[in-house]
Ligand binder design. Sequence first.
Ligand SMILES: [Mg+2]
Length: 372
Amino acid sequence: MAEDQKTLREQSCAKLHEVETPKKWLKKKHEQNAEFIWKGKQDQKNSSCSSDVDDKSNVWITQNRSTGSVGDADYISWLSEHPSALSCFKEIMNAARGKSIVVFLDYDGTLSPIVSDPDRAFMSNPMRSAVQEVSRHFPTAIISGRSRSKVYEFVKLKEVLYAGSHGMDIMAPPQQANSSYAVKYQTRTIDENDQEFVTFQPAQEFLPEIEKMLKKLEKKTCQIEGVVIEDNRFCISVHYRHVKEQDYEILEKQVEKVLKEYPKFHMTRGKKVLEIRPSIKWNKGHALEYLMETLGFTSRSPKEKDDVVPLYIGDDKTDEDAFKVLKSRGAGFPIIVTSKPRETAASYSLRDPTEVLSFLIRMSRWKSAHYY
Ligand SMILES: [Mg+2]
């Protein structure tokens, strides 16, 4: 079974990168034991995804779990289109060798587990160390739906750049002179270490309305038990993880009622959360592009574009905007974190934050092994 699954992963990676001619494979579901048998010709010598057992970070164990040993047939099938970034690690890093890697990370559900109390979505110490180590090797930014200050409170790493409010509140290095971004949204600031940085806040003008909306939402939903309204500065999250299922509809109606009074805002749905944001053309994908530019990775030619490899790991619907940007660049690695099959623009996958941790640890090890 393990060998069969390993073959699947190798084939998935080979397919994605078109290693040699496309390989044909056939799957046959065993209905009784819910296992898959994978058949087909496979030239393992030409696959870069065949060495996942040589890592010391317990990758083999997590991969066995990833590939659905409990019979998650749909997930296994989905992996053929979105192979594990751990299985394909060598292939990814070989493609990035000699190029500038830039790392973008979501926070909730990516660096921290999804928890019932949003104020307690703490990051583990091993994860913090892994992100810190990665940021020593590669420019690293965290792009979250939370307020920027809240994400920093959780992460507590000065080496990392932060974008909060789904990218509508960015802290970045001083802007490049040729920037195309609106100067009116940028503020130069000096931090406590005398370091200059720029905040970019394209939704500034919506702040007064957001404050009013927060109060109205609190008033309209206070009768519904379990609602948590989170002020994310440039957006609002209405968490309903603790709301009784029979109250979901009532809650949504109340939120929609408030939203009708604010036509410049819209609502999206996340994991047991309703997100309200200003309707401006700015999302996590734009934030990624903005950060790339401020980090000095503006591509002025196709050659320059090829020399930069952005890598984005996230689990939110809002991360799809960043995945699409990477897809349209034709360079970079969009990696979705999910334990269930999902419609996504990402090319690779990781099952959960534990696998994200393994991936980040491997990245640092790879860099140390190849460049020092
Ligand atoms: Mg998330």
